[in-house]
Design a protein around this ligand. Structure first.
Ligand SMILES: [Mg+2]
Length: 338
């Protein structure tokens, strides 16, 4: 499998997970079960879907849109994301969503950070309490653009792309975990080794940014991986929805994504459809899990019919984005590799 297959897999897996979770996001596990049974394919947003009413099956949400926005800024900035430019792109994105009549608007940390920025606060302070999963949901392009040779450098790149909105140990740790897992898969790591890299990067990221109270992401990923490894699907769904947690808090949803990657690493379709059924922030959990498993298996190993639908419904052309990110990656990779 080529590096490009894996990179395309990361972004395709992100979009596929996001679209699978779109119709169930913000619903309880019980409400999902009573309406859909177990989600096993792309479904439209129902009329009463709180965030995605009446959207066609396969439609992606903020996770994919903001990840692609970050990718474009990374490519245009030669690997550097200017925090003010990123903030302004996020604000424009939300304006466009409102114009389209969408209810999928900025998350709590990003919204608070942008309003502080307008009030004149420094971009180093605006994300001081951003501990939700917004940085992690959109970080996959950084994992494609930056190799894992030196995890401190990778975490630096995560911080640069996240600090304006999620400048906390928890927010950065969650994003570092996703970026490192994606990047390690692109480097050809086994899935087990890639998830180990995620833990290490989360430990490094957890000491960056402003301190905020909450469970330690690295420790929680390590614990969750060991705990869920032998579980049946039913036990895993209980574990994720009742104990690990599915809220927008990074120490819940990011850990949930890694628990699913650990247990269903061989089978991306099962991992992502179970993610779409667990309740809470299903689209983001599935998007993060999809980025990691897509990077590991490559685009060709994702369910082709579903990926084709997601590409068509959203008019996604991921090739140029992937090529731009890989050009950044090759410049950061010491000669002699690849
Ligand atoms: Mg979303």
């Amino acid at each position: 499998m080529t590096l490009r297959d894996r990179a395309l897999g990361a972004l395709s897996g992100l979009a596929l997970g996001d679209a699978l979770g779109m119709p169930t996001q913000s619903m309880s596990r019980a409400a999902i079960a009573s309406r859909y049974g177990r989600v096993d394919t792309l479904l439209p947003g129902a009329e009463d879907q709180p965030i995605a009413p009446n959207l066609p099956a396969g439609t992606v949400t903020d996770d994919t849109e903001q990840a692609l926005m970050l990718a474009e800024l990374l490519i245009a900035g030669d690997g550097i994301v200017d925090p003010l430019e990123f903030a302004s792109a996020l604000a424009s994105w939300e304006k466009e969503m409102i114009r389209r009549g969408s209810l999928d608007l900025l998350g709590p940390s990003t919204r608070r950070a942008l309003s502080r920025l307008y009030d004149g606060e420094s971009p180093d302070r605006t994300g001081r309490d951003g501990a939700t999963n917004g940085a992690a949901m959109r970080i996959a392009p950084v994992g494609v653009a930056v190799p894992t040779e030196d995890l401190d450098i990778l975490v630096d790149a995560v911080v640069d792309a996240s600090r304006v909105t999620h400048n906390t140990g928890i927010g950065i740790a969650g994003a570092s975990a996703v970026a490192a897992a994606v990047s390690a898969c692109l480097d050809g790591a086994s899935l087990d080794a890639a998830l180990d890299h995620a833990e290490h990067a989360a430990a490094i990221g957890g000491s960056r940014g402003h301190w905020t109270a909450g469970g330690d992401i690295a420790a929680r990923i390590r614990w969750a991986r060991g705990w869920v490894r032998e579980m049946t699907t039913a036990q895993l769904v209980d574990a994720v929805s009742e104990v690990i947690g599915t809220s927008v808090a990074a120490q819940e949803s990011v850990v949930a994504a890694f628990a699913l990657a650990e247990r269903f690493g061989d089978d991306p379709r099962t991992a992502l459809t179970v993610a779409a059924s667990v309740g809470g922030d299903t689209d983001t959990i599935a998007a993060m899990c999809g980025a990691v498993l897509g990077a590991y298996h490559g685009a060709g190993a994702l369910p082709a019919d579903l990926v084709a639908t997601v590409r068509r419904v959203n008019a996604l052309d991921l090739g140029p984005t992937v090529d731009g990110l890989l050009a950044l990656r090759s410049r950061r990779t010491p000669s002699g590799h690849h």
